[in-house]
Design a protein around this ligand. Structure first.
Ligand SMILES: Nc1ncnc2c1ncn2[C@@H]1O[C@H](COP(=O)(O)OP(=O)(O)O)[C@@H](O)[C@H]1O
Ligand SMILES: [Mg+2]
Length: 302
């Protein structure tokens, strides 16, 4: 398949800029190795209209977070008429908003932990009584575990809120799920093998996501095949009810009874050589380079 001149969009202005540069440079090298006429493009440094002026025919979006994963870039590319990878405007915008994702899931029967939006005027001890402790406080529109605190006593809620609100006007408290964590990768609207994530003390924070070697990633994940198939089907449903398409990744947990609770969808997941979607693809016999090409093949407008 000939793709023409391809821009790998990376960098950007979000808090996840550094990770995006790692993802984008990995994708760029892989596509070039596959003979694609691919070029890096940082929207923080260059005007998007240059994509058109310089004759780019497709975009691989390797941006994470705001301005790249939230529907705004997708809308701009729609208007420019340049096909791009991943979810469209609606799916991207809904998925980056963890609160509204959960509202759609609740309405569709997709299990997601109980939550409340919290603000400066909230009665935080009352929130803790309603949801129970521990609970997780997170900014609604952030990624990479940035601004997230696991709160074990009500007295710590105020500080957790103060941290999260640095990143987003909207903050939520969510019931803490005690149990193993998994992530489901989706490629061309089908699920890849689940990965089980074992972070030290169950603390899958920014440090343990990217910088330590202490987090274990287990794939195949060890669940019985029928259970894995059931979770994969649930994740595909959760992905499609949000209007997401193409590729992405869903974070979920199992509780003590083994029941699933979905946390969030990432519509432009990490694509470093150590990232999770490449790991799941590898378990399915798909190399990193082939994964990049398959994602690029699915680029679309509208
Ligand atoms: N409700 C929860 N119960 C237990 N752990 C959670 C919960 N929410 C988040 N976490 C932990 O925090 C991590 C980051 O949360 P997530 O909602 O996936 O946001 P991010 O966009 O930062 O990845 C998760 O991978 C998980 O380890
Ligand atoms: Mg996550």
């Amino acid at each position: 398949m000939s793709f023409g001149k391809v821009a790998v969009l990376m960098g950007g202005k979000s808090a996840e800029r550094e990770i995006s540069l790692l993802s984008g440079n990995g994708v760029l090298a892989a596509l070039q190795k596959k003979g694609v006429d691919a070029h890096g493009f940082d929207p923080a440094a260059r005007d998007l209209f240059e994509l058109k002026r310089q004759g780019f025919e497709r975009c691989f979006i390797a941006l994470h977070g705001r301005g790249g994963e939230d529907g705004s870039l997708q809308g701009a590319l729609e208007l420019l008429g340049i096909p791009y990878t991943g979810s469209g405007v609606l799916g991207s915008a809904l998925a980056i908003d963890k609160l509204r994702s959960k509202l759609v899931w609740q309405a569709s029967g997709v299990p997601t932990p109980a939550h409340e939006a919290i603000g400066a005027a909230s009665d935080l001890p009352a929130v803790a009584r309603r949801l129970g402790l521990p609970l997780v406080v997170k900014p609604v529109n952030e990624g990479s575990s940035i601004g997230i605190t696991i709160v074990r006593q009500a007295a710590d809620l105020e500080e957790a809120y103060a941290l999260a609100v640095n990143y987003d006007r909207v903050v939520m408290a969510e019931k803490f799920i005690e149990g193993p964590e998994y992530t489901a990768s989706i490629l061309n609207d089908a699920a890849l093998p689940l990965i089980r994530i074992e972070a030290p003390q169950g603390n899958y924070d920014y440090q343990n996501k990217y910088f330590t070697d202490d987090t274990k990633y287990i794939c195949p994940c060890g669940l019985p095949a029928p259970k894995e198939a059931q979770l994969a089907a649930l994740c595909l449903k959760a992905f499609s009810v949000l209007g997401c398409s193409g590729w992405g990744r869903i974070d979920l947990m199992l509780d003590a009874k083994g029941d699933p609770w979905l946390l969030e969808v990432n519509t432009s997941p990490g694509m470093t050589s150590h990232s999770l979607v490449p790991m799941a693809a590898r378990a399915d016999g798909i190399s990193y380079e082939d994964l990049c090409v398959r994602v690029l093949e699915s680029a679309h407008v509208g």
